[in-house]
Design a binder for this molecule. Structure first.
Ligand code: SAH
Length: 473
């Protein structure tokens, strides 16, 4: 190991920054975050220093340090003057005052290195490559940033707040560890991550009451209703991915791309619940019952829905049963098909020159097809995105026309949006149905009606990207 990792307590202590550039500003910021009283020296300061000015623990001196006495009493000193000779002189002065020194981009002159950090205060991950490749350190950091939930630090705070209560109820270090191991996998932890401290405490109280003396807690099941986005796995949220990694059982239907189902925990049981017009493997009510039953068995149940669970996903109906049965659940939003299709087809849903409002509508209501309030739709300055419109596209377009839409209004249909087999057919309200049939689209599709469709001529980026990929293989 090239360096000894330590976490230094510099709260309230004097830290010296020499340099007025970007690198110096970043380091000053980090020192301030750790609670140091920072004194900066430079003959001029870059704009990055402006935001630090209001910090009361920050003082800046508009000149270089005169001699070693300026470094006296410093816990640490960071030097980044963009001038190697000056850096070396400053380091010598700081060293003679007995201060630990870091010189930017010069590992040979450093007493300590500043690691890349993932800050989930109070939880901090520090990464060092021993100076071999700071870039590699930053890349690893980006990966950790993506996998450690933003609210993870709250979990550490929570444990520290609850510790006394747990210690009182459960004696013995092994039993306590078992208790925490299970608690941090369960609903209490999920409540903390979702920002609901009160319910988290209530959950811990329940688990404490139910815990046996050896710290074992009966595992309570829970349900995650998660939006999987329109298809491209890259469009999953961090939270969706995290919950997918926790699940014991996954319920999915055919709107969810197979590549996404594959990202669930490998050991998780997978249950296909179907759903395509006329192909309901499980009726909606039975899905709700199944969720309840699996959760009652103590399982962590992931209900994966295409797009967003609360946009034409009947997510609300499925979780009503959970609420009635007091089963903990959480809902994780996803990118809904209209949003995904619009981005990947290069058709902005709003645009100052074209549309000031956008409506999401389904062509398929509770009582069958086309249960739509047309008068609210066919309006100038409004984009309409129609879900489930392919099977009735002729009716759909002729209704638009009949209710006053200009037949020349541009319209597009996006098939398998955001996926590698995405296809986009454009036309007008009058021509789109024929064009869609001629293209033999299979669905799922989103129909977009409005003059924003013309922008695709300029803004289509994904079609080009797919074409380039295909050309290169
Ligand atoms: N909850 C989903 C919608 C479910 S309804 C969401 O928020 O996206 C099913 C309809 O969504 C399909 O009939 C189709 O209109 C649309 N849809 C879903 N995925 C799509 C995709 N990749 N491309 C185009 N349309 C899609």
């Amino acid at each position: 190991m090239r360096h000894l990792p330590v976490f230094l307590d510099i709260a309230g202590k004097r830290a010296i920054v020499v340099g007025g550039g970007v690198a110096a500003a970043r380091r000053a910021e980090t020192l301030l975050r750790a609670g140091a009283a920072v004194v900066a020296f430079a003959d001029a300061y870059s704009a990055e220093f402006e935001t630090l000015r209001e910090r009361h623990a920050f003082e800046r001196v508009e000149r270089w340090p005169a001699d070693a006495s300026e470094f006296a009493g410093g816990a640490v000193c960071v030097i980044a003057t963009d001038d190697a000779a000056r850096d070396a002189r400053m380091r010598a002065a700081a060293k003679s005052a007995g201060v630990l020194v870091n010189v930017a981009n010069n590992p040979g002159l450093c007493d300590f290195v500043l690691p890349s950090i993932v800050d989930r205060d109070p939880l901090v991950v520090a990464i060092s490559t021993g100076g071999a490749s700071p870039l590699l350190g930053r890349m690893l950091r980006a990966r950790l940033e993506a996998t450690i939930p933003a609210a993870f630090g709250g979990l550490a705070d929570f444990v520290s707040r609850m510790r006394a209560r747990v210690n009182e109820r459960i004696s013995g270090p092994v039993a306590r560890r078992r208790f925490w191991e299970r608690a941090l996998e369960g609903p209490a932890a999920e409540f903390v991550l979702a920002g609901d401290g009160e319910r988290a405490e209530a959950a811990i109280a329940r688990e404490l009451a139910a815990a046996s003396d050896d710290g074992a807690i009966e595992r309570r099941g829970e349900v995650y209703l998660v939006g999987a986005g329109p298809g491209d796995p890259d469009l999953l949220t961090f939270r969706a991915l995290r919950l997918m990694q926790k699940a014991d059982v996954v319920l999915y239907d055919n709107l969810v791309d197979a590549k996404i189902v594959d990202l669930a925990r490998r050991e998780a049981e997978r249950i296909y619940v179907g759903k395509r017009r006329g192909d309901h493997v499980l009726p909606q009510e039975e899905i709700g019952d199944l969720l309840v039953r699996l959760a009652r068995e103590g399982k962590r149940v992931l209900r994966l829905k295409g797009g967003d669970p609360f946009v034409f996903g009947r997510g609300g109906e499925e979780i009503e049963k959970l609420a009635e049965n007091h089963i903990p659940f959480q809902v994780c939003p996803g990118i809904t098909a209209a949003i995904g299709c619009s981005a990947y087809a290069g058709i902005p849903l709003t645009h100052r020159d074209h549309a000031q409002s956008v409506v999401f509508v389904t062509a398929h209501g509770r009582n069958g097809p086309l249960d739509i309030d047309w008068s609210a739709l066919a309006r100038p300055g409004q984009t309409v995105a129609v879900y489930m419109g392919l099977s009735h596209i002729e009716q759909l377009m002729s209704e638009f026309e009949r209710r006053g839409a200009d037949p020349d209004t541009p319209a597009a249909i996006v098939d398998n949006g955001t996926r590698s087999n995405q296809r986009v057919v454009t036309g007008t309200v009058r021509t789109l149905a024929d064009a869609a049939r001629a293209a033999n689209l299979r669905g799922p599709t989103i129909v977009i009606v409005g003059s924003v469709v013309t922008l695709r001529g300029k803004l289509d980026w994904y079609g080009d990207a797919v074409a380039a990929r295909q050309a290169s293989t």
